[in-house]
Design a protein around this ligand. Sequence first.
Ligand SMILES: NC(=O)c1ccc[n+]([C@@H]2O[C@H](COP(=O)([O-])OP(=O)(O)OC[C@H]3O[C@@H](n4cnc5c(N)ncnc54)[C@H](OP(=O)(O)O)[C@@H]3O)[C@@H](O)[C@H]2O)c1
Length: 254
Amino acid sequence: MAGATPAPAERAEGPRRCVVFGGSGTVGRALVAELARAGARVGFTYRQGREIAEDLLRAFPGTTALQVDLGDPRGAAEAADALARRLGGVDAFAHCAVRASSVEPPAFDAIEDVTFEGFADVFAVNVTSAFAAARGLLPHFDGGGNIVLFGSVDGIKPVPSPVPYAASKAALSGLTLSLAKSLGKRGIRVNLVAPGVLEAGASRMLPDDLRAEYLKHCGLRRLGKVEEVAALAAWLALENTYVTGQTVMVDGGL
Ligand SMILES: NC(=O)c1ccc[n+]([C@@H]2O[C@H](COP(=O)([O-])OP(=O)(O)OC[C@H]3O[C@@H](n4cnc5c(N)ncnc54)[C@H](OP(=O)(O)O)[C@@H]3O)[C@@H](O)[C@H]2O)c1
């Protein structure tokens, strides 16, 4: 169509350039691999997962990584900017970093154990760093592109989960909607992937009785595979041209 914003998939020259926050995480590392296998150049962050980061860098030459504490919004914005510069621009950003709880073990009902500082720390990693990165990346989205954020069933349906985590995941729904409206005119699409309980990763905090309860209500009667979520996120990052402001639940039919 004449005058339409070119989709990332239609970029005339060079591989697509993707920034992934939390590339050392369970979903993040599967997504980095999926994007790299699709021919994209990926720049990702890690914090404590140096070995995982090094494995990814070895497996996918051309990939680049940066260690950063995403609890600091300025650090998050600078990391996004630095990775985009290394890649020579950006076509997609995915935010997979998460702080699941402010206390150990995660407090599901003990609200009194959640400090204001802990609540703010969870929001800093889960929400503020996503906004900071999106803002920091704007000058680098030279041909439009895709932003993929990660919510959770916890932010959409009343399932037992730590309050700061659930509240942060609901905030990401709002961030997705408002960014999608604001950035549409720049040809940037923004969507939220909201997994149910997966076989690994952040769901490790879930007590066994709640996992069993989840399986009773899940239409497909099984936990989600990390690769199933990564494949959807990779499609939204690399192929999507007209879906924006949407939440895609990947929960097996809860
Ligand atoms: N797995 C599930 O069952 C599930 C269910 C629903 C929603 N989700 C959502 O899916 C997304 C990915 O989750 P996941 O399972 O992959 O989580 P995960 O395995 O726990 O990975 C968390 C990632 O966040 C990074 N991170 C945490 N705190 C950080 C900080 N202060 N600074 C920088 N990086 C930090 C970790 O880095 P390091 O390890 O390098 O420190 C790691 O890369 C999240 O948004 C999560 O809420 C997952």
